[in-house]
Design a protein around this ligand. Structure first.
Ligand SMILES: *Cc1c(COP(=O)(O)O)cnc(C)c1O
Length: 454
């Protein structure tokens, strides 16, 4: 449980104002000002509330360019909590991805991952590689059941290697939890099998550890071998199989900004290379684009993220939101994942055909209905892949309360009550890099009134 020490009043524009804002935003909620949003479930990335301990650490931040004390605190926290002694800081997760994937991926390489997060996909591509998703069967099925649906399909990844040649595989990547597959967890056994595959291919095992603490919580709930283990023990066991991992401090670092790459002890050359790339793209290797105070706050956040009481509250909130939505008749992805509830937009809006973006239509309709901001992660965000039409409701950490979740469930329920009136959306302009188009494309409704002919 938490007590509020600081509050921020939310003012909500009325419905006609929201309609105007939506049209001005090109039916892309990334263009909507945050002040016009009542409950912001766009992302759980850097949007959480820091603790008093983190604020205290922030005020003590050391802003020395080289060798700052705050960097030392971050190193110590990563070592204690995650078991890696060598880190290269970066301004956020994608900065860390740029530093790492640019160093290990070459032209013509192929990178299997349980599912590439969008920035990971873009960085592998940018480095000349081809990202290939290898989720387990059922990972993308909203009605599947399973304890570890986030797992890498190790045999599928092995087939990718056989097809392209093991020399073209610089790394096997495992993303924990599997963000793009509805935040489903990855088992320790699966990471062990991925390690074995990487050894067989003479490739590295890289873990995208952004949500390592949530993943460890699911492991402690679901893996009978881990029932007596602490969250830290599970974390260190799972990450211990990796040669390197990438971290966004904006997720389970419980910070508002920051990230890093961690490198295993044996990887001297890689560590040296990453530090050089960090200097070029992020900053000197003892700050990497972060202020000292941000490193200090993240150091505390990493320790808080593995407290069981925090994780019970965190995962409990996400489950609560899922249950409220279900009670309002909204079809959600089951089982509920770690950081977000995913709505099956194809089932929610059956009248909107796939090429008219049911997910993005639902996102816009929910904003209009209740000033709720969510994000589409289906055919609009991922035009070249065969994804289900999911809308993600990501829950910022330690920020919202039950009344917020009730408002969200009410708004989605009301949209679904009038679902047959919505015709969908069309893209008007989009950027060249299709893999990131949901950040900046503009759309317009097929029907001028956007389903409000009434
Ligand atoms: C958020 C995220 C990233 C990128 O981190 P940013 O801090 O947003 O740049 C990479 N991978 C996964 C799985 C993430 O969730």
């Amino acid at each position: 449980m938490y007590e509020s020490r600081m509050v921020d009043r939310a003012t909500v524009p009325d419905q006609s104002e929201r309609e105007r804002i939506l049209a001005e935003a090109g039916y892309n909620v990334f263009n909507v000002p945050a002040d016009a949003v009542a409950v912001d479930l766009l992302t759980d990335s850097g949007t959480g509330t820091m603790s008093t301990e983190q604020w205290a650490a922030l005020l003590r931040g050391d802003e020395a360019y080289a060798g700052s004390r705050s960097f030392g605190e971050l190193e110590d926290a990563v070592s204690d909590v995650m078991g890696f002694d060598r880190i290269v800081p970066a301004h956020q997760g994608r900065g860390a991805e740029h530093v790492l994937y640019g160093a290990i991926v070459e032209d013509g390489d192929v990178v299997p991952n349980n599912t590439h997060f969008d920035t990971t996909r873009a960085h592998v591509t940018e480095a000349g590689g081809t990202p290939i998703d290898c989720p387990v069967p059922g990972a993308m099925d909203p009605d599947a059941s399973g304890e570890f649906l986030g797992n890498l399909d190790v045999e599928a990844a092995r087939d990718v290697a056989a097809e392209h040649g093991p020399e073209r595989i610089p790394a096997i990547v495992v993303t924990v939890t599997n963000n793009a597959a509805a935040g489903q967890p990855v088992s320790i056994e699966n990471v062990r099998a991925a390690r074995q595959l990487a050894d067989d291919l003479d490739a590295r095992l890289v873990i995208d550890a952004c949500r390592f603490a949530e993943n460890a919580y699911f492991v402690s709930e679901r893996d009978p071998e881990c029932q007596d283990a602490s969250i830290e023990e599970i974390t260190r066991e799972l990450l211990g199989y990796a040669d390197a991992f990438v971290m966004s401090g904006k997720k389970d670092g419980l910070a508002n900004v920051g990230g890093f790459v961690a490198v295993a002890d044996g990887e001297n050359d890689l560590f040296a290379k990453l530090k050089q790339r960090a200097i070029l793209y992020e900053g000197f290797p003892t700050y990497g684009g972060m202020a000292g105070r941000d490193m200090a706050a993240m150091a505390v956040g990493l320790r808080e993220a593995v407290e069981r009481s925090y994780l019970e509250h965190r995962i409990g909130q996400v489950r609560e939101l899922g249950q409220l939505l279900e009670a309002a008749g909204v079809p959600i992805y089951r089982p509920i994942g770690g950081h977000a509830v995913y709505v099956d937009a194809a089932a929610a809006l059956p009248s909107v055909p796939a090429e008219k973006f049911p997910g993005q239509t639902l996102v816009c309709a929910a904003y209009r209905e209740g000033a709720i901001r969510t994000v589409e992660l289906g055919s609009f965000a991922f035009p070249d892949t065969d994804r289900p039409e999911l809308v993600r409701l990501a829950v910022p950490r330690r920020t919202y309360h039950q009344e917020h979740f009730e408002r969200v469930a009410d708004a989605f329920g009301s949209v679904l009550d009038r679902a047959d009136q919505l015709g969908g959306l069309e893209v008007v302009t989009e950027p060249e890099r299709a893999s990131l188009r949901h950040f900046s494309a503009r759309l317009e409704p097929v029907d001028a009134a956007f389903g409000r002919a009434d």
